[in-house]
Write a protein of this length. Structure first.
Lengths: 418, 303
C-alpha cells in the first residue's frame, strides 16, 4: 500500500509539475471566464453604440405590377419591417438584376400579383429569414385587403388576424425537460469524452515511455506491478479530476459574477441550474469511465516497444470509445435517449459511462437499472485493472512486434499457472 | 546468508534457454556468471529477480524460497533505463522509496552514492543531459541506494571507460568486504578474475563448469611449463630435436616458450636436461590457464 502511494504521488506530481498541463488548465479557465463574460462585455459596448448614429437602413427596390398604389404598398412593407427602406422603381427585371449586382440595392422585389413575387438577390445566405418574414407580410396584406373587400371593418380584421393562442405546459415533478437538459448533458458528455480520451492517452504514453526507456524492468522488480498500474492510473485520474473541478468550478464562479447578464439567456441558466444529482453522476461516471479506459490504455502502452507504435496500438480502444460517443450523440440528437441501442449500451461497461449518464440526465431510467449498470461498471473496472497490471508485468519482456490479443491471453494463462 | 539456485530450467516457446542451472554463493563472496552472448545469463538473473518464473527449479536464500520483498536486493538490469526526462535526484528518490526506503534516508543515501561515484554535480540535472557512461553510473547509484544485502549486476562494465571501470571495481570490492552477496554477469574476463572468488560458465543454457577459480585452475593437468629465456629459439630447437621422449609439443607464449610434456612427472627430467645445456634461463614455471583460456575452451563450440 505504501508503494502504491509512492507511485501515486510520483505520477500525480508529474502532471501537477508539467508546464503544458498547467498552461492548458489556465487557458481553459481563462477561456471559460472570457466566454461567460461576453454578455457583460457586449452590454458595455452596446450601451456606447446606442448613443451614436442609428444603424444604416437596408434599401430594397420595389416594383409593383399589381396595379395598386405602389407608394402605399412600400409604406406598408416599411412599417412591417424595421430598418428596411423600400424604394419604388419601374425598372425592368434585367435592370434590377444589374443594380443589385452593383450593390445599388441590397435586393429587389418584383410583385407579380397579390400572392406572387420575385426576389432578386446577389448572395443566397444559409439562413434566409427574409423570405419567411416577407411571405408573412404579403399574406397579412392580402388577407387584410380581401377581408376589407368582404365588408369587414378594419378593426375586426386586425383583431382577427392578431389573435393568438396562449398555452402553458405544466411539468410533473419527476419528469424531465429534455430541452433544458440537452445543453448541460451535451457539455458534460463532451467533457467526459475529452477527459477520458486525453487522460487515457496520457496513461498510455506514460507506460510506453517507461517501456521504451527500459525503466520498466527496474520498476517491476522494485514493486508489485499492480501498485505501478493502479498508482499510475489513479494519479492521472486525480490530475484529470482536479482539472475538471478547476474548470467547472471557475465557470460556476464566472457565471455567478455575471449572473445578472444571463437573465434572458435560458440556455446558460439551465446549464448552471443543473440538479446536484446530475453533477454527482457526472463525477461518478467520469471516475469509472476514466479508470476502465485508462487501464486499457495502460495495458496497451506496455505492449509497444517504441513510441512510434503507440498510436496504432491504442487505436482499437479509441475506436470503441468513439463509436460509443457517436451512438450517444445521435441518440441525444434524435431526442429518444432510451432507444434499444442506448439501453444495451448503458449496461456494457465500455459504453455505459456515457450511455447511462445520458439516460439519467435526459431519459427515463429506473433506479435498479442505474444500480446494475454502475455495479457492472465497477466490477469490470477492477477486473480490467488487475488484467492491465498482469499485461504490464508481461510487457517488460515483449520487445519487437506487439503481440496479437490471442497471444496475450495465452501468455497470461501461462504466467498464472506457474 | 547463503544463496542458491537449484535446477533452473526455462524455455521460451520451442527454444530451451536454461537447463538445470545450479548456482551457489554466500555473503562476502562474489560469483561471476560467465557466458557468451545468448548463453542465458540475463535469463538466469531475471528468474532470480522474479521478472518471470522458471519452468522448474528453485531460487533459495538460506535454504528457503527467496522472498524478494523482504530481502533487500540491488539489481542493475542489463537493459539500462531510467526516466530520461526527469531530474536525477527525483528519480533516485522515487526508486529508493519504491523499495521501501524512507524519503529522508533515500536523500542522504542518494547524495552519498552520487558523491562516491563522482556524480554529485549532476544531482539536479536531467538524466538525458548526461553521457552514456555517466548515465550508467546513475543507474549504479539507483541499484545501490537502498544499501542492499544482495547485489546483482548484469554486465556492469559495458559502456564504462577504464577510469570508471576502475571505480566500479573498487565499489564492488567494497561491497564484498562489507559482506554482501555479489552476483554478476560478464564476458570481460579480466575484471571477473580480479574480484571473483567463484565462477559459473554458462553455455547454451547449461553450466559447463563452476566453482572456485583457483581450484578450477589447479584442476588443469600440470604437464605444461613455461620457460622464459633470451635463448628461446635455441631451447625450442633443442627440445624438439633432443628431448622427444619428454616433450610432446612446443609453442610460443608471448616472450616465453610453452612446452607440453608427456606427463607432469617429466618436469624434473626436463629441467635438469635444460640446466645441463647451461641455457640462460630467466624463469621456469608450471603453466596455469588464464580465465580467458578456460572460458574459450568451454564455450568455443557454442551457439
Amino acid at each position: 500500500m505504501k508503494q502504491f502511494w509512492t507511485v501515486f504521488k510520483f505520477e500525480f506530481k508529474n502532471y501537477a509539475k508539467n508546464k503544458a498541463f498547467i498552461i492548458l488548465t489556465l487557458l481553459l479557465v481563462v477561456g471559460v471566464g472570457v466566454v461567460l463574460s461576453i454578455p457583460r462585455i457586449q452590454a458595455a459596448i452596446g450601451s456606447k453604440n446606442e448613443q451614436g448614429a442609428p444603424t444604416e437602413k437596408t434599401v430594397i427596390a420595389l416594383e409593383d405590377k399589381t396595379g395598386t398604389d405602389a407608394n402605399a404598398t412600400a409604406a406598408f412593407f416599411a412599417s412591417a419591417m424595421k430598418d428596411t427602406e423600400f424604394k419604388v422603381t419601374d425598372k425592368s427585371v434585367d435592370e434590377l438584376k444589374k443594380a443589385v449586382d452593383n450593390d445599388e440595392y441590397s435586393s429587389a422585389i418584383v410583385l407579380n400579383s397579390n400572392l406572387n413575387y420575385t426576389h432578386i438577390v446577389k448572395n443566397v445566405g444559409m439562413y434566409n429569414s427574409f423570405d419567411t418574414q416577407f411571405n408573412e407580410i404579403m399574406l397579412a396584406k392580402y388577407r387584410s385587403e380581401s377581408l376589407s373587400k368582404l365588408g369587414i371593418s378594419q378593426n375586426d380584421v386586425n383583431s382577427l388576424l392578431s389573435a393568438a393562442v396562449q398555452a402553458d405546459t405544466v411539468q410533473t415533478s419527476s419528469g424531465k425537460d429534455q430541452m433544458q437538459n440537452f445543453f448541460y448533458t451535451y457539455i458534460l458528455i463532451f467533457a467526459l469524452y475529452m477527459a477520458i480520451l486525453l487522460y487515457g492517452q496520457f496513461v498510455a504514453t506514460s507506460v510506453a515511455t517507461e517501456k521504451s526507456s527500459r525503466a520498466m524492468e527496474l520498476l517491476i522488480t522494485s514493486t508489485e506491478p499492480k501498485n505501478l498500474m493502479f498508482g499510475k492510473v489513479l494519479g492521472a485520474g486525480l490530475a484529470g479530476l482536479s482539472q475538471f473541478v478547476l474548470i467547472f468550478g471557475s465557470s460556476y464562479l464566472f457565471y455567478n459574477l455575471n449572473k445578472s447578464y444571463f437573465k434572458d439567456i435560458s440556455i446558460v441558466q439551465s446549464i448552471f441550474n443543473m440538479p446536484l444529482s446530475i453533477l454527482l453522476y457526472t463525477i461518478l461516471f467520469f471516475i469509472l469511465g476514466f479508470f476502465i479506459y485508462a487501464f486499457m490504455y495502460g495495458a496497451l502502452g506496455s505492449l509497444v516497444s517504441r513510441m512510434e507504435e503507440l498510436s496504432t496500438t491504442i487505436m482499437p480502444v479509441t475506436l470503441v470509445f468513439i463509436v460509443a460517443f457517436m451512438i450517444v450523440m445521435f441518440s441525444m440528437g434524435s431526442g429518444n435517449v432510451d432507444n434499444t441501442a442506448m439501453r444495451i449500451c448503458s449496461f456494457i461497461p465500455f459504453t455505459s459511462p456515457m450511455a447511462m449518464f445520458v439516460r439519467i440526465a435526459m431519459g427515463e431510467v429506473a433506479n435498479w437499472e442505474i444500480a446494475v449498470s454502475v455495479g457492472i461498471l465497477i466490477i469490470s473496472t477492477i477486473a480490467i485493472g488487475y488484467l492491465a497490471a498482469a499485461i504490464y508485468r508481461m510487457g517488460v519482456l515483449l520487445y519487437g512486434k506487439a503481440p496479437k490479443p490471442a497471444e496475450i491471453i495465452k501468455m497470461l494463462k501461462k504466467s498464472k499457472s506457474v | 546468508m547463503n544463496f542458491q539456485t537449484q535446477g533452473l530450467t526455462k524455455s521460451f516457446g520451442e527454444k530451451q534457454v536454461l537447463q538445470n542451472v545450479d548456482l551457489q554463493t554466500q555473503s562476502g563472496r562474489a560469483l561471476g556468471l560467465l557466458g557468451r552472448n545468448g548463453a542465458g545469463k540475463t535469463t538466469t538473473i531475471r528468474i532470480i529477480m522474479g521478472v518471470f518464473p522458471p519452468d522448474s527449479g528453485k531460487v533459495l536464500m538460506d535454504g528457503e524460497p527467496i522472498h524478494r520483498r523482504s530481502i533487500n536486493i540491488g539489481y542493475l538490469p542489463e537493459e539500462r533505463g531510467l526516466y530520461p526526462k526527469k531530474l536525477i535526484l527525483e528519480q533516485l528518490l522515487y526508486l529508493a522509496e519504491l523499495r521501501g526506503v524512507s524519503a529522508k534516508n533515500a536523500k542522504a543515501s542518494a547524495v552519498r552514492w552520487l558523491d562516491r561515484l563522482e556524480m554529485g554535480e549532476y544531482i539536479n540535472k536531467r538524466l538525458d543531459t548526461l553521457s552514456k557512461g555517466n548515465q550508467q553510473k546513475i543507474q549504479l547509484a539507483a541499484t545501490l541506494i537502498t544499501d542492499p544485502e544482495f547485489v546483482i549486476l548484469d554486465e556492469p562494465f559495458s559502456g564504462l571507460d577504464p577510469v570508471n571501470a576502475m571505480m566500479l571495481k573498487d565499489v564492488v570490492k567494497e561491497l564484498i568486504a562489507q559482506g554482501k552477496i555479489v552476483l554478476f554477469s560478464s564476458h570481460q574476463m579480466n575484471y571477473v578474475e580480479e574480484f571473483c572468488d567463484s565462477i559459473a560458465i554458462l553455455n547454451k543454457g547449461k553450466i559447463v563448469i563452476s566453482g572456485d577459480i583457483k581450484e578450477i585452475k589447479r584442476s588443469y593437468d600440470r604437464s605444461k611449463i613455461v620457460v622464459s629465456s633470451p635463448q628461446r629459439e635455441k631451447i625450442d630447437a633443442f627440445c624438439r630435436e633432443k628431448l622427444t621422449d619428454l616433450v610432446v609439443k612446443t609453442s610460443e607464449l608471448g616472450d616465453s616458450l610453452k612446452i607440453k610434456m608427456k606427463s607432469a612427472d617429466c618436469k624434473g627430467a626436463l629441467i635438469s636436461a635444460l640446466a645441463a645445456q647451461e641455457f640462460d634461463l630467466d624463469g621456469i614455471r608450471v603453466f596455469e590457464p588464464s580465465l580467458n583460456d578456460i572460458f574459450v575452451e568451454y564455450t568455443e563450440d557454442a551457439i
